[in-house]
Write a protein that binds this ligand. Structure first.
Ligand code: G3P
Ligand code: MG
Length: 247
């Protein structure tokens, strides 16, 4: 299997199934997608779960911070009905449950460490600890984060696992030095707003460049022509068709 992957299902397969759920992973696998990305943060009692936001409201309708709630309460929440009636009752999975599905469905994964503020090191440590016990396919694992402490922790704990350097809209001034210090394997930038010059600068590190979150095949073709190697997409099938099908 190719590294880096050309198409990565974003938050599972977020256009077709509720984000960061086991159903999303299955939906991606059903479509023939080979890699998925999901976000990992910790509950109050340090269980790594798949969740993007700091607050539970958007996804579950229950207000409150993830960091303030124990897993026992989080596991009761409905993370599917906001997306559609057919997903009523779909829960928030643990990282461990998600890895079981990855193994069952033969998926590669980009685990994005998305800590709640102040829990950067702890989140990376717990997530990597859990991963190292249950996932041994290091060829198909990419650990990424916007938080440099998380990548530094990954470097300390599992130096041989690939690390993805996530760049936000505003790149830190010392991004080159950081990327080198963290010994990253990929540079993951915001493909919706990046300029051609930024892509060229990122390519100067001589690492593959991945772009998030691209659902428009026309934009993907531009980025590809600038040298971008792979794409995170909510609709991986649309991107796959737009980029690689002969029309
Ligand atoms: O890792 C790529 C992408 O997931 C980063 O943005 O906010 O969707 O986690 P976000
Ligand atoms: Mg993400």
């Amino acid at each position: 299997m190719l590294f880096p992957p050309q198409i990565i299902g974003h938050r599972g397969c977020a256009a077709y199934a509720p984000e960061n759920t086991l159903e999303g992973l299955h939906t991606a696998a059903d479509m023939g997608v080979e890699w998925v990305e999901f976000d990992v943060k910790l509950t109050k009692d340090q269980v790594p779960i798949l969740f993007h936001d700091e607050d539970l409201e958007r996804i579950t309708g229950v207000s409150g911070a993830v960091a303030d709630m124990n897993y026992e309460d989080i596991r009761q929440l409905d993370a599917g009905s906001w997306f559609g009636e057919s997903f009523i009752g779909v829960g928030i999975p643990t990282l461990e449950q998600a890895v079981d599905v990855l193994i069952e469905r033969n998926l590669g994964v980009n685990v994005e460490i998305k800590p709640c503020p102040g829990r950067e090191k702890e989140t990376a440590e717990v997530a990597l600890d859990v991963l190292s016990g249950i996932w041994d396919d290091h060829e198909r694992l990419l650990i990424s984060s916007f938080q440099h402490v998380c990548l530094e922790t990954a470097l300390d704990m599992a130096a041989d696992w690939a690390r993805g350097f996530l760049l936000p809209e505003e790149w830190p001034e010392n991004w080159r030095e950081l990327a080198e210090y963290l010994q990253v394997s990929t540079v993951n930038l915001d493909g919706r707003i990046c300029t051609r010059e930024q892509v060229e600068q990122a390519l100067e590190l001589e690492k593959p460049v991945l772009a998030y979150t691209i659902n428009d095949p026309d934009r993907a073709r531009f980025l590809q022509s600038w040298g971008v190697d792979g794409f995170f997409s909510d609709a991986p099938d649309v991107l796959q068709d737009g980029l690689f099908s002969v029309h």
